[in-house]
Design a protein around this ligand. Sequence first.
Ligand code: 4AD
Ligand code: MG
Length: 466
Amino acid sequence: MGKLQRTKIVEILSSDAFLSQQLNVRGWVRTRRGNKHISFIALNDGSTIKNLQIVVDIATFGDEFLKPITTGACVSITGLLVVSQGQGQTVELQASDIEIYGTADAESYPLQKKGHSLEFLREIAYLRPRTNTFSAVLRIRHAMAFAIHQYFNEKGFFYLHTPIITGSDAEGAGAMFQVTTLDLNDMPKTPDGKVNYENDFFGKPTNLTVSGQLEGELGALALGNIYTFGPTFRAENSNTPRHLAEFWMIEPEAAFYDIYDNMDLAEDFLKSLIRYALDHCADDLDFLNSMWDKELIDRLKFVAENDFVRLSYTEGVDILMNSGEKFEFPVSWGVDLQSEHERYLVEKHFKKPVILTDYPKEIKAFYMKQNEDGKTVRAMDVLFPRIGEIIGGSQREENYDRLLDRIKELNIPMKDLWWYLETRKFGTAPHAGFGLGFERLLLFVTGMGNIRDVIPFPRTPKNAEF
Ligand code: 4AD
Ligand code: MG
C-alpha cells in the first residue's frame, strides 16, 4: 500500500463517508492544548474556515517529539476518523503518524496570539492569509471571481483580454503610472529639452491602463457582448478606505444596449453575485458576520431581494440640497458627488441601492452619450450602502461628429485616440457598458471596512513592500 493521499478538511467535514477511515491531513496548527496524557490539535488546511480536531496520545509520540508542534507549525497527520467524544466538533482524527514539515518558533511567530488588529495584520500581509478572517476573505474573493466568469459565460459575453500597457490616457480617469525602459538617471533629450521617447521600448510614452473600456468597446463592436476582468492602475494620491493604486475591474460592454439595458444588466449582475456568495460561501460569511459585522448577511439578503432605486443626478442633487444635512462638501447642481452624498442617498434617504443617471457632462468622461439637453450625458453610477460608488458606466457616444466635437472641446490629443474613432466611422452602433470595482464588491460582500483588507497585497501610496 502506497502513502495515503491527502484529504482536504472541507471534504472530511461535509460528508459522513470518511468516518472510520484512515485519513491523511496536512495543514497548519491553529492551537494545541491538552494535558499530560492527551493533546488536541486544531488543524486548518485553508480549504475551509473550520478546523479539524486531532487527538494525540502523548505516550505514543513522546513529549520531545511533540514539543515543536505549536501554533503556526505545518504538519502532516495520518489517523482514524472517529465520532468526537468532546463538544464543539462532530468528528476528530486519532493520530497514528505525524510528520512535521515546518516549525514556527513560539517566541517570534507573529500570529502566535489571536485577536490582532487589522492594521497590524496589514504589516504582515505575507502571513495574514493564515488568519481566519483573511482566509475567509480570500475564499470569498475566489468565489466571486468564479461567479463573475460564470455569469457572463451564461449570458453569452466573451472574456476579452485588454492590454495592461497602453499608449493613451484617453479615459482621463486619474493619474497614470508610466512604463519605461529608459534610464531615469540619464534620459535622452530632444533639442528643445524634452524627453526623447524614440529609444524607449515602445518608441513612445506608455502607461499602465486605468481601464480596459476603450479596447473593450472595439471588442463589443465585433463580438456583440464582451467583458474584461483585469488589473487596473490609478496613481492618484487618495489614501481612503475605498481606493487602491492597483485594483481589479470587471467591464462588460454590449452592442445594441442603451442605458436602460445597461442598468438592468448592472442590477441583475450585482444581485446574482450576492446570491452566489450567500449560496456558496455560507461558512465564511457566517464567520465574518459573527466576528466583524452582525448585519452583514441581512444586508446581503436585502440587496439581493429588493429593487434598486433609479433616479437622475438632478433629482438626486435636489434631494441632497433639501435634506437639511450638513455635508463636508456642499452640494449644488454640477458638483461631482462625494461619497458622503452618495451614502446619504443610499443609507438615509432611500435605504436601498441607487442608480443615478444623467450626470452633468463636465464631470464625466468624453465618451459618454450626450443628451438632447446639451448639459447632461447618459452616465450611470450604482451607489451601495457602506461603499458609495460601486459601478460607473454609461451609454457611449456612437456618433462620429458629436464624439469628435467633444474630444476637441476637451483638448484630448487625437494622436492618442484616432483608433478609437475608427469604430464610429465604420459600422458604428449604439452600445453601453460599465465598470465594477472588484474590491468594492468584496468590501460589500465581506463587510470589511477597508479596501486594503480584501486584496492579498494592497498597493497604496508608499506601500509596495510585499
Ligand atoms: O467609474 P470608473 O472610473 O469607470 C471607468 O473606469 C469606466 N471606464 C468603466 C466603464 O464604463 N467600463 O471606475 C469604475 C469602478 C468604480 O465604480 C469603482 O468601483 C472602481 O472602478 N474604482 C476603484 N476601485 C478601487 N480603487 C480605485 N482607485 C478605484 N477607482 C475606481
Ligand atoms: Mg466613476
